[in-house]
Design a protein around this ligand. Structure first.
Ligand SMILES: [Mg+2]
Length: 366
């Protein structure tokens, strides 16, 4: 169905039909000029992430349903990284004429699934026509008591450095999808049957790799870990989600906390499917784990006295510890702002034991 058949308001009504609010803080959601929220004296956190077709996703292999889910999950992940509870989202879409109502329904199926999974309410947004491609902007709100909020700047020497899940899988999932896309594009498709046959051949190559594809296409925010930490009585001293790669995130925490770190190569959690694919593609798995982005795991530091409470937690791994910064202001940096003075003491301890400097490659969007 053409979007014009429904019109903007008809479309919004159609896409948000039957949504139920789960959060007591949602006073009024979709339907007026703005949503009305009541947080009862708590602190509110707000985060926005934008996803652009051709820059952040490729619809040649990304299903719209997964994209809807991911757009919500990555925002929820940022709220989790503040040690807050996600409560509401807004979704804004720029949609070109090539998308139908059914396409948007598909996208919203993913959005709704994520809302259900993370118990957030969809309370507003915007849907516009755009010249080309698909633009997605999701904003997520969350709440926390002031004393519970965790920033990036609280890490101190001797703190343990922890990461959840495993690292590098999403990056390897992307490499696999990109490789097979190039294979598919380079093939001759004389007829539909031939294209379908080649498509089947590619799907065979995905067998046994489903986990990596899932990590790339449909990542989860680690709200479960935020809850588990709270239950165990652990408040991290600093926290971030791993969206740009572990090295890059460590760099942020160390810079803002004015500390250094030692990370142990043999402690990095890595999935066996990731190891196998990295080998096949001649990629260094440690580099993938350190610099591949989009894992959406949590990276946090906590006091060494929390060690006993930390060990029984599921899917949380201690990968190193915080050290002194050897923090030296750079010449010409009159103000000495934390952001402009990199710490000099970020180290990776490889299996052979000779420390090497950890370099933040990260994801360069520009
Ligand atoms: Mg983040």
């Amino acid at each position: 169905m053409k979007i014009s058949q429904l019109g903007e308001f008809g479309l919004i009504r159609h896409l948000t039909e039957g949504l139920k609010n789960r959060q007591p803080s949602t006073v009024y959601a979709v339907g007026d000029d703005a949503a009305v929220l009541n947080y009862d004296g708590k602190r509110t956190v707000v985060t926005t992430d934008m996803l652009l077709e051709g820059i952040h996703f490729n619809l040649e292999y990304v299903p719209l349903r997964h994209l809807g889910y991911k757009a919500v999950a990555v925002n929820v992940s940022d709220v989790c990284a503040m040690n807050a509870t996600p409560t509401q989202i807004t979704v804004a879409l720029g949609v070109s004429a090539r998308f139908t109502v059914e396409d948007l329904e598909d996208f919203y199926t993913g959005v709704r699934a994520a809302c259900e999974r993370y118990k957030v309410d969809l309370v507003g947004g915007d849907t516009c026509a755009s010249m080309n491609g698909l633009t997605i902007a999701v904003t997520c709100l969350g709440v926390a008591d002031e004393k519970d909020i965790v920033y990036r700047n609280g890490a101190k020497p001797n703190d343990l450095i922890c990461v959840t899940g495993n690292l590098g899988s999403a990056y390897l999932g992307l490499q696999l999808l990109e490789r097979e896309l190039h294979v598919f594009r380079s093939m001759q498709h004389d007829n539909l049957a031939q294209a379908a046959e080649q498509n089947d051949a590619i799907h065979e190559k995905f067998e046994g790799r489903e986990y990596l594809l899932e990590r790339q296409l449909r990542p989860e925010a680690r709200l479960d870990v935020v809850k588990a930490l709270r239950k165990a009585g652990i408040k991290p001293t600093a926290m971030m989600d791993v969206s740009d790669g572990l090295s890059s995130e460590l760099f942020h925490i160390c810079t803002q906390s004015k500390v250094g770190c030692d990370i142990y190569e043999d402690k990095l959690p890595i999935d066996y499917q990731a190891v196998a694919l990295a080998e096949e593609m001649n990629l260094n798995i440690v580099t993938c784990a350190l610099n591949g982005g989009e894992d959406y795991e949590l990276l946090f530091t906590c006091d060494i006295h929390d060690y006993e409470k930390l060990v029984p937690l599921d899917d949380v791994y201690i990968i190193g510890h915080i050290t002194d910064a050897e923090y030296a202001p750079v010449e010409g940096d009159a103000k000495g702002t934390a952001a402009s003075v990199p710490p000099s003491n970020l180290r990776l301890i490889p299996r052979n034991g000779n420390p090497m400097p950890l370099t933040a490659q990260g994801w360069q969007a520009f």
